[in-house]
Each structure stands twice: as structure tokens, then as C-alpha cells.
Design a protein around this ligand. Structure first.
Ligand code: ADE
Length: 394
């Protein structure tokens, strides 16, 4: 992770985070461990909780604690109460800044005892679902400190959402089931950048891809990109493999299960486990064979059909694979590290609200990444620069 390594070297010299306590709720992976080490090198004290009960890599949690002294509160497979307790333990440290992946820490800070909010100066949000929740809080004037929407930065949208989720979701489908994608119909619910990445890669492996959408522009874009666009009620009967990535709830429900093929594969790559209505499946199936392969549960329906649900309907790319590869998280977490540094300097002077990543940080990240990939680009000359800022020349 060369971008993070270069930031680490500078942070060691400059100590821009000296004296800051940071609570983070992130997926506990080797890439997150690297971010923690970089922030620690900058002088911060760190308290890390998980962002999903199935994404924690326990060996990484132990190594961070034992070798680096990071207070880690996470265990793979934690039940709801334990998972929530871990978030509370990270917040009990009294953070100045919070790093979120799904808005768990921020929403807990705003719904728990009010004194917890007292010392918090700002935060960063890593994922689309979290930014939606933050904007809802801001619209209700409920948000009490500034948060940078790291997820929304152009480089994050392209690197993490399109390339990271795209590749790691298809990787998870294949690792979990060993399914051949060529010749199968893959239904992708949601054509945001994550859905685009998944649809492109599934097509690249020979699948025939159907997209479902609720947004007319995105549906049109999917159609113009050569994907078949259908309502889910129709796609449900055609799909061999379903991937939800909408950020909403109730995307695959009873009506869809009723018409699915025997042995259809159901996976979710959206942040929360509400996209596939597992509560209905659990209540109405005749039998469940858990763990027919790692991360695969087989639900037997009354009419004899079987549906294969991956990773209990949780983020499949992190639960059944390893999430975004390091090359993606390098850019993402280099962005987080620079945003944390920026917040350390500016949070005190900002009103509560959701803020875009400063364009200079985004540009700097793209430059670091291009350098790491050995790619050089052209520069505007003086005349071109003048042309772009003048309205008199034709
Ligand atoms: N989110 C998606 N992939 C990730 C990874 N590898 N580490 C941390 N967070 C992630």
C-alpha cells in the first residue's frame, strides 16, 4: 500500500495527530490494520470496533492489539449485543474524531447518553449507506459535528465502489460456490457504482446480466450499457444468481422467492443485511441446511425448491472473500488518513454538517496513485489554463 506508506513516513516526522483520540468502526482487515498503524504513526490513540459482525479477521484484531497496542473491540461472528457492546467500548474512550463505515458510531453517539458527544470534533464516513444516513441526520438538523463524506469523493467512487466492490463481490460468489458464471443469468439489483462494477465483471466472465433499478436515469444508463433492465418481479424467475447492492431494504422478498429457480444463489453486497428478506425465508422454509459450504446456507421451500443464501445476507465481499484488494484500499485509506489530518486542522472551525472531501486531497490521491502505477499525464500549458478561465475567447 504505497500511498499509505508515504503518508506514514510523513506522519512519523510531523506528528499531525498528536494528542488525538480516534474511535473507528471499520472492517477489521489487513488493510484497516495498515490505516491504524499510519494514524498511530501520526500520534493518534486508536480504538477500533468492527463495522460488520462477519468481516472481522480475528488474527488481524489480535496482531493490532498485541503488536501495536491498538484497542481492538471485535470478534468474527459476534452476536448483535456483543457487536453493539464493541461499538460502545470504542466510544467509551471519549474520541475527538470518529471514523465510520456505515454510520454506526455517529448514530450511536447521537442516540446514546448526550455527554458522549461532548468532546467529538468531527468524523469521516467511508461508505454510501453511511452517507445516506448522515444526510438524513443533517436534513433533520440532528447532526452535531462536521463529517467528511469520504465515500462521495470521485476517486473513492471509482476505485472502491466500482473496482473494489465489483471485483471482490464476484470473487466472493466464486469462492463461496465455485459457480461457473459463463452462461448464467446474473441479476444485479442497483446500478450505482458498486452495481456497475459487479455487472461489468459478471459480463466479463460470460454471464448474461440483468439489472433492476428504481432510478430512471440509472436504469437508462444500464440499458445503454447493453444490460437487460427488468422489474425484479420478472427478473426473479430468470436469474440463476442474484446480487443486491441497493443500500435499501426488502429488495428480494416473498414474491420473488416464490418464482425463483431451484438452487438460485442469493447474495448481498450492500452494507446492511436487510436487502434479502431472510426473516421471511427463516420463518417459512421447511428446513435450513447451514454451511453446506462455508458461507452457504441452503433453504428448502415447501414446494421442494432450494435457495442458496451466501454469508447470511451480509456484505458478501467481506464475509466470503477479503473485501476490496489492498491496491484499492490503499487509495481509500490514504484518503481517510489525509481527511483525518485535515479534520484535525479544520474541524474546530466547521459547522455541523456533511462535507465533501476537499478537492486538493482528491487530486493529491489521484496523483499519488498514478505515480505508484508509473503513469504520467499531460499538463495544461499557460494558454490552455487562461482559455479555461476566460469567457471572451471562442
Ligand atoms: N471495505 C471493503 N473492503 C475492505 C477492506 N479490504 N478493508 C477494510 N474495509 C473494506
Amino acid at each position: 500500500m504505497p500511498a499509505l506508506a508515504s503518508i506514514r513516513a510523513r506522519f512519523e516526522r510531523e506528528q499531525p495527530l498528536a494528542g488525538l483520540r480516534i474511535a473507528a468502526a471499520l472492517h477489521v482487515t489487513p488493510e484497516t490494520a495498515n490505516l491504524m498503524i499510519v494514524l498511530q504513526a501520526g500520534g493518534a490513540e486508536l480504538h477500533l470496533a468492527a463495522a460488520n459482525p462477519l468481516s472481522t479477521q480475528d488474527d488481524i484484531a489480535v496482531a493490532l492489539l498485541e503488536r501495536y497496542g491498538v484497542a481492538v473491540h471485535a470478534r468474527r461472528g459476534a452476536d448483535r449485543a456483543t457487536y453493539d457492546g464493541h461499538l460502545d467500548a470504542a466510544l467509551a474512550a471519549g474520541p475527538h474524531l470518529v471514523l465510520d463505515d456505515g454510520c454506526d458510531l455517529v448514530s450511536r453517539l447521537h442516540t446514546g447518553p448526550s455527554q458522549r458527544l461532548a468532546g467529538v470534533q468531527g468524523g469521516c464516513e467511508q461508505t454510501s449507506t453511511g452517507v445516506v444516513r448522515l444526510r438524513a441526520m443533517a436534513a433533520e438538523q440532528a447532526l452535531r459535528f462536521p463529517v467528511l463524506a469520504v465515500n462521495d469523493s470521485p476517486i473513492q467512487q471509482s476505485f472502491a465502489n466500482r473496482h473494489g466492490t465489483g471485483q471482490s463481490t464476484v470473487d466472493a460468489l466464486v469462492r463461496a460456490t465455485n459457480v461457473l458464471l459463463a452462461g448464467r443469468t446474473v441479476v444485479v439489483a442497483g446500478f450505482g457504482n458498486c452495481g456497475k462494477g459487479i455487472a461489468d465483471r459478471a459480463r466479463g466472465l460470460g454471464a448474461s446480466v440483468v439489472v433492476t433499478e428504481v432510478d430512471p436515469s440509472r436504469a437508462l444508463e444500464a440499458a445503454m450499457s447493453g444490460f437487460r433492465v427488468l422489474p425484479m418481479a420478472q427478473a426473479a424467475a430468470e436469474g440463476d444468481i442474484f446480487v443486491t447492492v441497493t443500500g435499501n431494504r426488502g429488495v428480494l422478498t416473498e414474491a420473488h422467492f416464490a418464482v425463483m429457480k431451484d438452487h438460485a444463489i442469493l447474495a448481498n453486497s450492500g452494507h446492511f443485511d436487510l436487502e434479502i428478506d431472510l426473516a421471511w425465508l427463516r420463518a417459512h422454509c421447511v428446513d435450513v441446511r447451514s454451511g453446506v459450504r462455508p458461507q452457504v446456507d441452503e433453504y428448502l421451500l415447501a414446494d421442494g425448491r432450494r435457495l442458496l443464501v451466501l454469508a447470511e445476507g451480509r456484505l458478501v465481499n467481506l464475509a466470503a472473500a477479503e473485501g476490496h484488494p489492498p491496491a484499492v484500499m490503499d487509495v481509500s485509506f490514504a484518503g481517510q488518513a489525509l481527511c483525518v489530518e485535515w479534520l484535525a486542522q479544520h474541524a474546530g472551525s466547521l459547522e455541523p454538517g456533511v462535507y465533501d472531501v476537499p478537492p486538493a486531497i482528491d487530486r493529491g490521491l489521484a496523483e499519488l496513485q498514478l505515480a505508484a502505477m508509473g503513469i504520467r499525464i499531460d499538463r495544461l500549458d499557460h494558454e490552455q489554463q487562461t482559455y479555461l478561465t476566460s469567457w471572451r475567447q471562442g
